[in-house]
Design a protein around this ligand. Structure first.
Ligand SMILES: NC(=O)c1ccc[n+]([C@@H]2O[C@H](COP(=O)([O-])OP(=O)(O)OC[C@H]3O[C@@H](n4cnc5c(N)ncnc54)[C@H](OP(=O)(O)O)[C@@H]3O)[C@@H](O)[C@H]2O)c1
Length: 277
């Protein structure tokens, strides 16, 4: 990965931190995109201590699409040679939480932010081809359903359903994006990192309750970073696009992603929420 510049969202903890560390170890220049300046700086310092290379840091709250557009512009200035974008930041909520812009939080961070950030950086990535977009998704999208009339989860009373729907939307977006771009220029793939023992589910309520039982069975964040590192760096994936990976191997996504009408409808519905890209 020497000579390759990679940007990673949610890079201060868990899977994102270890993906940034691993890619830095492989020689990539890494740009961390984090919500909090202090947590981002701690990740910068820790990666520098491990690898000798200090990653760059950009700060943005990715639940706010104005911030997502602003950080995309900052990234174009800070990393004009960007070749890999990893949309890793994610959130699960116990209570339905609305953002300042009026979106449900998990829809905003897990689906809308990767949609806006990827589209805003697409011309830059094409100019630096061959380039890659890697979306850290989840197997929870497999059993999820998508309610087009309710992307912001007003009718979803069971919290994990909101998360599942947002990850299904992200999976549909990944495949549709892949269909729209020449894979010789930019590929777009998604992955499940495994059940990873991070603080992801420590959000109180019913999610926290479930996470308490699941977390002890989770793999380490370092191991959880293997598939994102593979998707970002493996030469085996040159030209491979629109795929879903688990354990560094191709896996079957939710069969609904094969329906072009559903994908196109979601793209249009998403543009109605965030503006035309
Ligand atoms: N853990 C699992 O078992 C598992 C399974 C399947 C998929 N995943 C996916 O893996 C990804 C990473 O999760 P993780 O397990 O590593 O959890 P994590 O340690 O909680 O990491 C989540 C990251 O996203 C960032 N983030 C959340 N909301 C943000 C916002 N509004 N703006 C900017 N950054 C924000 C967090 O920043 P802060 O530190 O500031 O909160 C944190 O850096 C997520 O997309 C998740 O859906 C995880």
């Amino acid at each position: 990965m020497r000579g390759v510049t990679v940007a990673i969202t949610g890079a201060n903890s868990g899977v994102g931190y270890h993906t940034a560390l691993g890619l830095s170890r492989l020689g990539a220049r890494v740009v961390l995109i984090c919500r909090d300046q202090g947590r981002g700086e701690r990740a910068q310092t820790a990666i520098e201590a491990e690898t000798g290379a200090r990653p760059d840091l950009l700060v943005a709250d990715l639940s706010d699409m104005g911030e997502v557009r602003r950080v995309a512009a900052d990234l174009q200035r800070a990393a004009p040679d960007l070749r890999v974008l990893i949309n890793n930041a994610g959130v699960v909520t116990s209570r339905r939480t609305m953002t300042r812009e009026g979106h449900e939080l998990s829809n905003a961070v897990n689906h809308l932010a990767p949609f806006v950030l990827s589209n805003a950086l697409l011309d830059l990535l094409k100019a630096n081809a061959p380039a890659r977009i890697v979306n850290v998704n989840s197997e929870s999208h497999l059993s999820a359903t998508l309610d087009f009339g309710d992307l912001d989860g007003e009718k979803q009373s069971f919290p994990p359903n909101r998360y599942g729907q947002s990850k299904l939307a992200n999976m549909l977006f990944t495949v549709e994006l892949a269909q729209r771009i020449d894979p010789a220029l930019v590929t777009a793939n998604a992955l499940h990192p495994g059940l990873v023992a991070t603080d992801f589910g420590d959000v109180g309520g019913v999610v926290q309750f479930g996470w308490t039982f699941m977390k002890p069975f989770g793999i380490s964040p370092e191991r959880g970073a293997r598939t994102p590192i593979y998707c970002a760096s493996s030469p085996q994936l040159d030209g491979v696009t629109g795929a879903f990976f688990v354990d560094c191997k191709p896996a079957r996504p939710n069969p609904i992603v094969r329906d072009p009408a559903v994908r196109a409808r979601l793209w249009e519905a998403t543009e109605r929420l965030v503006g035309k890209m």
